[in-house]
Design a protein around this ligand. Structure first.
Ligand SMILES: [Zn+2]
Length: 190
């Protein structure tokens, strides 16, 4: 029997623990958020290089940011504190969106292909991905995106952009841009 280049991963105890946590995570309630419960706009986090990461709140704005063409999001479980960073990129006007997972210490380089979003809504795990479809990060993205496109985000989840425009990748500076994850010029084009 051939495995056609598919890498099956044997889980370490740490990965098993993570997988268990994520099994819980997948059962978390989702709801149309009650915006009133959120106290104002959360403050951005300023990195040493001056980039301002900020939390994206509403499902529609999260989706808009993610689909802008050159987005990086971190999703964090408030229950387990587990976090994953994904890059969602389009490589041309008519290209689908390619999703990669941050898998190393360099947050500009260490991304591995995870899957593809077709026509802005149909997510498929990549057959060429070296990350197993059952890996916690893969399940987390699939689950997160399935809810997001129906306008829902788990109340146990935080979603952050990384301080750069989701379309052109430039550092965000204006408060309104930091809030939306899109620069002033790009905001009008997505
Ligand atoms: Zn931009």
């Amino acid at each position: 029997m051939t495995t056609t280049g598919y890498h099956r991963t044997i889980l370490t105890p740490e990965q098993r623990r993570q997988a268990r946590e994520f099994a819980e995570w997948l059962l978390m309630p989702t709801a149309d958020r009650d915006w009133q419960e959120l106290v104002g706009d959360p403050d951005p986090i300023v990195s040493p290089d001056g980039t301002m990461k900020a939390r994206l709140i509403e499902p529609a704005e999260i989706l808009r940011y993610m689909m802008a063409g050159n987005a990086t999001i971190t999703i964090k479980s408030l229950k387990t504190q587990t976090r994953f960073t994904f890059r969602i990129r389009k490589i041309g006007k008519d290209s689908p969106h390619f999703v990669s997972l941050l898998s190393g210490p360099d947050n500009t380089e260490d991304y591995r292909f995870l899957g593809t979003i077709f026509e802005g809504r149909d997510y498929r795990h990549g057959r060429r991905s070296h990350i197993s479809e059952d890996a916690p990060a893969a399940k987390a993205f699939e689950w997160f995106f399935a809810h997001l496109k129906r306008g829902r985000v788990s109340t146990h989840l935080e979603v952050w952009h990384e301080g750069r425009c989701g379309r052109c990748g430039r550092k965000l500076t204006v408060p309104e841009s930091v809030r939306d994850g899109l620069g002033p010029e790009c905001a009008g084009r997505v």
